[in-house]
Design a protein. Structure first.
Length: 73
């Protein structure tokens, strides 16, 4: 399954908002430096969806705020 994610970094409050069936808006408190924000996005998605982190992979947009993430089971 692939989902689209819009990431907002340096947010005061972290959270996930589902905007449609296959897209999310994720706020993380970390800066987009050294992939810290990407790691936190994967952690938040893992918690939200109840999936192991190793099954979540960013396939497009590693350096962009808009990402495509693949989730395998």
């Amino acid at each position: 399954m692939r989902i689209e994610v819009k990431v907002i970094t340096r947010a005061k409050k972290e959270g996930i908002e589902k905007t449609s069936d296959d897209s999310y808006k994720i706020k993380v408190s970390l800066p987009p430096e050294k992939f810290k924000a990407n790691k936190r996005v994967i952690e938040l998605l893992s918690e939200e969806l109840g999936i192991k982190k190793k099954n979540i992979k960013i396939i497009s947009g590693e350096t962009s705020s808009k990402k495509i993430i693949e989730i395998s089971s």
